[in-house]
Design a protein around this ligand. Structure first.
Ligand SMILES: C[S@@+](CC[C@H](N)C(=O)[O-])C[C@H]1O[C@@H](n2cnc3c(N)ncnc32)[C@H](O)[C@@H]1O
Length: 359
């Protein structure tokens, strides 16, 4: 294998909770599937890097098997050293190209590709979706994240400007320094048109990114956003259908003003069309979509009976004012009062149990 940009500049591995089999199985159960138990499943991560996402899962789910593949040998080597040090026998990282996946992989209940689809050229991008279609077990679920339109037109604008500025500059350190300089210049110009304002705010945010993220995400030579409907059409060519967005609340209409939600609620009963219009009104830039095989019969009506057998967990702080219903404050500062005493009491029990779950 030839060295890749991920061998030259390390990409920091993280654990992404929305890719955890427990979370994905919950979504699948809510929509009428019978997913494999997270405690006894097989998980494949494509573009797994140094295993920052898979290794914690393997630690927490000793009865499941985790396989990560990545084109870059350097992060795979680093991750393998961690696996050896922890003496984990249920997780392996392998150097492999998604274009030529090893024939002995077998089937998987969950396939994850976080931060890969938009950042690889068309052939491997297609091979990634094809691998999900080929390797998923009958009630298996694939998670693929990608940059989405219409919001990513802003990324395209930024990327065009930076590509022009960095033409012919190969050295990673120099690319980073020059990009930071130009972005700071645009911010300092403080031009007073609406479009300049949007770009300025974008560059202000991007300037906060640490070097490895800036290098691989924002200065990447390949960065291909797609509309949700294009992504779903791509998945359909490989025998896959849209299941849900990995964060359920990203698909909820009740966070929109009531009249907007009511109008979107009158759209045809087609999950993809509804999701697409939500992207238009929130100008979404990024998606984390769950797919399943197209022969699975889904039922997206949220039915309370499907909650039976699930566990409940919530990272929430409880704020109390004498004589008032408690306020629950989640991560990121989102707060709410359920408005019903029994519901409030149930959420108090769940919040108090965190980080454990209530069954
Ligand atoms: C932006 S990084 C994301 C890494 C990790 N999934 C994360 O989110 O932290 C993209 C990863 O895809 C890997 N990759 C790129 N092309 C690939 C290919 N053809 N086959 C397998 N992995 C590939 C890169 O080496 C890199 O580790």
């Amino acid at each position: 294998m030839t060295a890749t940009s991920y061998d030259a500049v390390s990409y920091p591995g993280y654990a992404y909770e929305q890719t955890h089999p427990d979370r994905i199985a919950t979504q699948a159960t809510l929509f009428g599937m019978s997913p494999a138990s997270p405690a006894a499943c097989r998980v494949l991560e494509i573009g797994a890097g140094d295993g920052g996402n898979l290794i914690p899962m393997a630690l927490g789910l000793p009865g499941s098997e985790f396989v990560g593949i990545d084109l870059a040998a350097e992060p795979v080597g680093r991750g393998t050293a961690v696996i050896d040090e922890l003496a984990l026998s249920n997780v392996t990282l392998r150097v492999a190209d998604v274009l030529e996946l090893p024939a002995d992989l077998g089937q998987f209940h969950y396939v994850i590709a976080h931060g890969v689809y938009s950042w690889i050229p068309p052939r491997p991008r297609d091979a990634l979706v094809a691998a999900c279609g080929r390797l998923l077990a009958p009630h298996g679920v694939a998670y693929i994240s990608y940059n989405a339109y219409p919001g990513s037109y802003l990324r395209d604008m930024a990327s065009d400007i930076l590509s022009f500025h960095l033409k012919g500059v190969g050295d990673p350190g120099e690319r980073l320094a020059r990009a930071r300089h130009l972005m700071a210049l645009v911010v300092a110009a403080n031009a007073r048109t609406p479009y300049a304002g949007v770009l300025r705010e974008h560059f202000e945010r991007v300037l906060q990114h640490p070097d490895p993220l800036l290098y691989h995400d924002d200065l990447a030579e390949v960065n291909t956003p797609v509309y949700l409907h294009e992504f779903v059409a791509h998945a359909a060519r490989h025998g896959l259908q849209f299941l849900a967005e990995a964060r359920l609340h990203d698909s909820q209409l009740h966070e929109l003003p009531a009249d907007v939600a009511s109008e979107l609620g009158r759209l045809p009963d087609d999950a993809v069309v509804r999701e697409q219009y939500i992207d238009f009104v929130v100008n979404r830039m990024f998606r984390q979509t769950l797919l399943c095989r197209d022969d699975v019969a889904l039922d997206r009506t949220l039915d309370a009976r499907r909650l039976a057998g699930l566990s409940f967990a919530a990272a929430m702080r409880i704020e109390r004012t004498v004589g008032e219903e408690p306020t629950f404050v989640g991560r990121g500062g989102v707060s709410f009062q359920p408005g019903r005493r029994r519901l409030s009491a149930a959420i108090e029990v769940i919040a108090a149990a965190w980080p454990n779950a209530v069954t």
